[in-house]
Ligand binder design. Structure first.
Ligand SMILES: NC(=O)c1ccc[n+]([C@@H]2O[C@H](COP(=O)([O-])OP(=O)(O)OC[C@H]3O[C@@H](n4cnc5c(N)ncnc54)[C@H](OP(=O)(O)O)[C@@H]3O)[C@@H](O)[C@H]2O)c1
Length: 268
């Protein structure tokens, strides 16, 4: 088995949100690299189909766990599964995520808390529970999927930009603490990526106006993220165009950033 420069017996990679988009691309990439997989999402049929394809194609061992990461104790159930099945975890891809498309006071609290739980609590708790398993091998790689939105002016997509900013900052701090233990942490900040994301958010119509050159394929995003974490980069902004947009917008005066954010209204 080829697990880069480090040989860890039966190394397993966890991928959350593996049933589509960027998570599915990570699962395929890591299977190709020789990792066994623990695939996590809610849609068990999609996970089973993916597991079947990858185990046939790459002779990799695929475990599937259907779990709603917004539920209390979801991360603890992931740990229980790992212990029960004696999995040797060396990679964690915290990728599951979505954006709600509603106004704050018009949203049900259950909608808002789902977003908070999946993209902050579950991301944080999985790092907390899984990193000690990597520490035992003095080797681990963690990618937390943030977004280019974490760098851009806050828009009216409510919780999303704030949550992704949290993931970006949390990941960098965690990298500082864990790198001396052999565990690299990278915040992956994609721009527009072809996936189910906008379908779920209900913004297909709005993003159909986004020019083609601004979009990336999920495979490309996953590959750039993987190279970044292997090189020990705490942040990865995939795609040259995204790097240019983010570095330019960060230098704008704060007032202008705020007003630009207001223009990017997903409810229009
Ligand atoms: N696409 C973009 O333009 C873009 C840009 C920047 C950042 N991102 C980020 O990239 C990540 C992946 O998104 P994507 O673009 O690949 O979108 P996607 O195709 O919609 O995939 C989202 C994944 O998250 C899983 N998921 C959602 N809610 C979940 C829950 N409660 N419990 C468990 N799994 C859940 C979904 O699986 P189930 O429905 O089966 O549970 C699915 O596998 C997200 O964190 C997103 O914020 C996307």
């Amino acid at each position: 088995m080829q697990v880069n420069s480090v040989q860890i017996k039966n190394a397993t990679a966890i991928v959350t949100g593996a049933s589509s988009g960027i998570g599915l691309a990570f699962a395929s990439l890591l299977a190709q690299k020789g990792y066994n997989l623990l695939l996590i999402a809610r849609n068990i049929n999609k996970l089973n189909d993916l597991a079947k394809t990858l185990s046939t194609q790459y002779d990799t061992q695929c475990n599937v766990l259907s779990i709603d990461l917004s539920e209390e104790n979801a991360s603890k159930k992931v740990l229980e599964y790992i212990i029960t099945n004696n999995l040797n975890i060396s990679v964690l891809i915290n990728n599951a995520g979505f954006s709600g498309n509603y106004k704050f006071l018009e949203a049900d609290w259950s909608q808002l808390s789902k977003e908070l739980n999946v993209m902050s609590i579950a991301v944080t708790e999985l790092c907390y529970l899984i990193a000690p398993l990597m520490e035992k091998n003095s080797w681990g790689r963690i990618i937390n999927v943030s977004s280019g939105a974490a760098y851009l002016p806050p828009t009216q997509s409510l919780l999303y930009t704030g949550l992704k900013s949290y993931v970006l900052n949390f990941s960098q701090s965690l990298d500082m603490e864990l790198k001396p233990k052999g565990i690299n942490v990278t915040a992956l900040c994609p721009g527009f990526t072809r996936s189910e994301f906008h379908n779920t958010m209900g913004t297909n119509k709005q993003v159909s106006k986004v020019p083609n050159f601004l979009w990336q394929a999920p495979d490309q995003v996953a590959l750039e993220g993987w190279h970044a974490v292997m090189k020990g980069h705490p942040v990865c902004i995939p795609g040259l165009i995204n790097k240019i947009i983010i570095s330019t917008s960060r230098h704008l005066p704060l007032n202008l950033q705020y007003n630009l954010g207001k223009l990017m209204n997903p409810f229009k």
